[in-house]
Design a protein around this ligand. Structure first.
Ligand code: AMP
Length: 198
């Protein structure tokens, strides 16, 4: 059966973190997406976990599309071997918009404040009904737990619309995340964006 999705955006750190488990998960995720025939959409950098996931996907024969603001080209240095495509954009906001348009699903792998910003925006856009593409958090070394607890607390205190926790899923490992993607029903918007790309 063909995979229900075509492309997945990965939000992750421009640093590698203190535990080697994060980079190992990034490499497994890049290779896993490629093995599933899923194109990787990401921030275009060659540093930290961003570089690890991209290089693993490329090494496994996958397609990798990077979107990077001009002012970050020096700091986040795209991988020297090149990507399937690298789009240079004028701002962070356009980067996020392009990643949103190009992806049928989103995975937050471990990262810092930039990763959090990208994750929260994509979840709030889902809360607003702007899309219904799957959003997954990978919980490597408990990275996702404080965020899950915060959303639960905000929900209990009446600040989240609907069942906030249902806006995203948490995967304990890369294989679980890949299985959740396989089970994902393509949304109408994902189907429309696939059709537009054909
Ligand atoms: P970090 O998790 O802080 O290492 O950042 C991960 C990625 O998110 C990097 O490519 C950052 O450039 C990017 N980033 C940081 N802040 C923003 C933002 N406001 N909008 C879009 N991307 C961002």
């Amino acid at each position: 059966m063909p995979h229900p999705l075509r492309s997945v955006a990965v939000f992750c750190g421009s640093q590698s973190g203190t535990s080697p488990a994060h980079a190992a998960a990034a490499r497994a995720l890049g290779a896993g997406l490629a093995a599933e025939g899923l194109a990787l959409v990401y921030g275009g950098g060659g540093v930290g976990l961003m570089g690890a996931v991209a290089q693993a996907a490329l090494a496994a024969g996958g397609a990798v599309h990077g979107i990077i603001p001009s002012f970050l080209l020096r700091a986040e240095r795209p991988p020297p071997g090149g990507l399937t495509s690298l789009e240079e954009v004028p701002s962070m906001h356009i980067r996020k918009t392009r990643m949103f348009e190009m992806a049928d699903a989103f995975i937050a792998l471990s990262g810092g404040l930039g990763t959090l910003d990208e994750l929260v925006e994509i979840i709030t856009w889902r809360q607003l009904g702007l899309h219904d593409k799957p959003v997954l958090l990978l919980d490597i070394e408990g990275w996702a737990q404080p965020f899950v607890a915060l959303v639960q607390a905000m929900t209990q205190q009446g600040f989240v619309y609907g069942a906030g926790r249902q806006l995203f899923q948490v995967a304990p490992g890369v294989e679980d995340a890949l299985a959740l993607l396989r089970a994902a029903a393509p949304s109408n918007q994902a189907l429309a964006s696939q059709a537009a790309r054909l």
